[in-house]
Design a protein around this ligand. Structure first.
Ligand code: CMP
Length: 138
């Protein structure tokens, strides 16, 4: 997975019609799509995906938000994928994100921050495996 990362376009961005523009920015930045699905998570699924944040004060709000509408989940490939993708999306808090980054352009709060990007190769594999079987990726 070292040249792959995992992303989600979150419900705030899909509901505002930003999915196409966000995917276009990812592809133009050199990422190729190795798996993709458009789905709405159940509360249990969103809770399981973000279980690592279970003890954080924002966990309930995060889970409620992530199952409030459809998301696009994808595996992306590029050399140095995890680090380069985090540069492309910008800081978790869009107020700290660099100009031109996806979160700077589309996020509206620290929670409703338009996209998710894996923070390590190890988590990219865990997160990709959460969403995609072997048959669903290439
Ligand atoms: P993400 O990169 O998907 O990883 C964890 C998510 O938790 C993060 O993006 C935000 O959506 C959310 N999050 C992180 N910090 C906060 C916070 N302080 N308040 C609300 N949501 C947060």
């Amino acid at each position: 997975m070292s040249n792959r990362t995992f992303t989600m376009i979150k419900p705030d961005a899909t509901s505002k019609g930003h999915t196409g523009a966000i995917l276009d920015q990812m592809i133009k930045a050199g990422f190729s799509v190795k798996a993709m699905k458009w789905i709405q998570l159940s509360e249990a699924q969103a809770g399981a995906f973000y279980a690592v944040h279970k003890e954080r004060p924002f966990y309930g709000e995060l889970v409620e938000f992530m199952c409030s509408g459809p998301i696009v989940a994808a595996i992306l490939e590029k050399e140095n994928a995890v680090a380069d993708f985090r540069t492309l999306i910008g800081a978790t808090n869009f107020k700290d994100a660099a100009e031109g980054t996806i979160r700077k352009k589309y996020a509206t709060s620290i929670g409703e921050n338009a996209v998710h990007g894996s923070d390590s190769d190890e988590n990219a594999k865990i997160e990709a495996d959460f969403f995609f079987s072997g048959l669903e990726r290439f």
